[in-house]
Design a protein around this ligand. Sequence first.
Ligand code: HAM
Length: 408
Amino acid sequence: MSKQKNIQSLRGMNDILEKNSELFTYFIDNASRIAKNYGFSYLETPILEETALFKRSVGESSDIVNKEMYQFIDKGENDVCLRPEGTAGVVRSFIQNKFDRAGGTYRWFYYGPMFRYERPQKGRLREFHQFGAEVFGVSSVYEDANIIMMLKDILDFFEIKFKLQLNSLGCTTCMPVYRDNLVKHLTNFREDLCDDCGRRIETNPIRVLDCKNENCQNLLYNAPKITNNLCENCDKDFEKLKEILDFNNIDYEIDSNLVRGLDYYSQTAFEFTSAEIGAQSAIAGGGRYDRLVEFLGGRPTPGIGFAIGIERLLELVKMNESNEDIIYLGALNEESLNTLTKVATDKRTDIKTFIEYTPRSFGKHFKLAQKQSANIVALIGENELRDGTIYTKNLITAEEKTIKLEEF
Ligand code: HAM
């Protein structure tokens, strides 16, 4: 039989293990703790959803739906798709479980894998992970500030330097008027825009605003700005949000070209970026989506949320050196193994314990203990078994002792 090539993970999809998985769980544990302190509860939705859900929420003209979906027909002929983002599934769940009918306020957080068929590069994966939060039932702009503060608290906990960019995308009153004005402006330069933006004039003109093409950006120089064209209500809300952020000493920059890549937003839109991770600098983004619940068939319910890109964030996270004890347990002979399993059961109740089941020499055990980053080595051999004792060495202080098992 000829030797076959080893199977590799798919392009843009990574295993998370060893040091990275330690960082990953460290992040999830602490971000979850902060979210819970803000009154959010955990929810989980399926990774696979009907394709129609994303078409209707993220938007048919968005790059995500247009170019990046992992879409297929399953064995039951259903048109399904690996979720490219979390909000749509959470809103589907909110409606399906009739929370929209019950009324009230709901604050939920989630984390898990998302899938976008993009060209992989630094900070851009095809399978990546998000930590997200969504709030339903609160239209007050104080909630916008609250969610921004929670995100800031998470980033501050991990000592991440960031820039907060803020915009208002208006509402059904002011956005259509603005969009028409923008189209009028852009039509004068149609030939000079990049191919994508040429198309966007018809499909989704406000996406031209955040085109990365330098020429398109230059052509936008004199274009009307949404922040100067908000209706009275949206303008009042935007001013109030800035006031709350100022009051709480949260720095931000207004970026009237920040439109986000998903179609469901209205009013507040924001992005947190880092200058330290290269071109894919957005570490988190979010905004208000007051029409989405209704759009997906629920009772009109305001919503707002954000998602953090975990892989991008972890590039910036340094784990605080842990000084937690790790015990390495080993046997010097086969006969001691049973006793060792009992010792492990006791120790595990409050200390991280690594147990080695192959009897080995003294020296070999110490090498393995180092590999496990243990700071305490505890070994049982023939003598210890006979005397009911255990040999221990503290690798930090170098103190060695043989003590009664009950005292260990
Ligand atoms: P998003 O801006 O598309 O928003 O994604 C949020 C974050 O996910 C980005 O800021 C980025 O850090 C990360 N991300 C996106 N694509 C990739 C990729 N290909 N590779 C690595 N990281 C990536 C949303 O998904 C919205 N659902 C956020 C939201 C929640 N809005 C309201 N509620």
